[in-house]
Design a protein around this ligand. Structure first.
Ligand SMILES: Cc1cc2nc3c(=O)[nH]c(=O)nc-3n(C[C@H](O)[C@H](O)[C@H](O)COP(=O)(O)O)c2cc1C
Length: 180
């Protein structure tokens, strides 16, 4: 029998009568780093009307019908309150030549959009003009997820350009290579 554990309790997992030690944090990070992802900048707008953006690789698909996507943001991220209050966000999927953009939005700053061309999206959420795809979303659900908060968005508008994506794996940026 497998017992369910509270996902917010960092502790020991149990399987039958055998108690398994909590996963080693370094091993956990090392495993997660081997899962190659694309790179996004998730944007929103603050209550004062200021553009807000965060580099996020936690983006993923959730549902096709209805069209739902998800991502998660660290509870310690200074921008968290803006995503909570806005009720909207946009996922900007970065292209192969945008590693510098990813790094710019991965550092806390009051001037994250310096040198970044944007265009206004739904609800005045900024869209990064040179991104290879955009998903404009309304927040339908927020859930606690340990040291992160999970955002589930309903996609209101989607657009894509035919360009190569930026890839992130083992802490490095790279590019995707087809087998044939
Ligand atoms: C490739 C990459 C992916 C990242 N993905 C996430 C993510 O999914 N969630 C998150 O909370 N932080 C993620 N980060 C870290 C945030 O981008 C970083 O903490 C940023 O400073 C948060 O923005 P803020 O300080 O304006 O709140 C990622 C960083 C990099 C470089």
């Amino acid at each position: 029998m497998t017992r369910m554990t509270d996902p917010d309790t960092p502790a020991r997992s149990t399987s039958g009568s055998t108690s398994v030690p909590a996963v080693d944090p370094a091993a956990f990070r090392s495993v997660l780093g081997r899962f190659a992802t694309g790179v996004t900048v998730v944007t929103t707008v603050s209550t004062e009307g200021k553009p807000v953006g965060v580099t996020a690789s936690s983006f993923n698909t959730l549902s096709l019908d209805p069209p739902l996507i998800l991502w998660s943001l660290a509870l310690k991220a200074p921008s968290l309150s803006s995503y909570r209050s806005s009720g909207r966000f946009a996922v900007n999927i970065l292209g192969i030549d945008q590693a510098a953009v990813a790094l710019q939005f991965a550092r806390p700053s009051n001037d994250k959009f310096r040198g970044i061309a944007t265009m206004p999206g739904l609800g005045d959420v900024p869209l990064i003009a040179d991104a290879i795809a955009h998903l404009e979303c309304e927040v339908v659900r927020r859930d606690p997820g340990g040291d992160h908060e999970l955002f589930i968005g309903r996609v209101l508008r989607a657009a894509a350009a035919d360009r190569q994506p930026l890839i992130y794996v083992t802490g490095k940026f790279g590019q995707f290579e087809m087998f044939a």
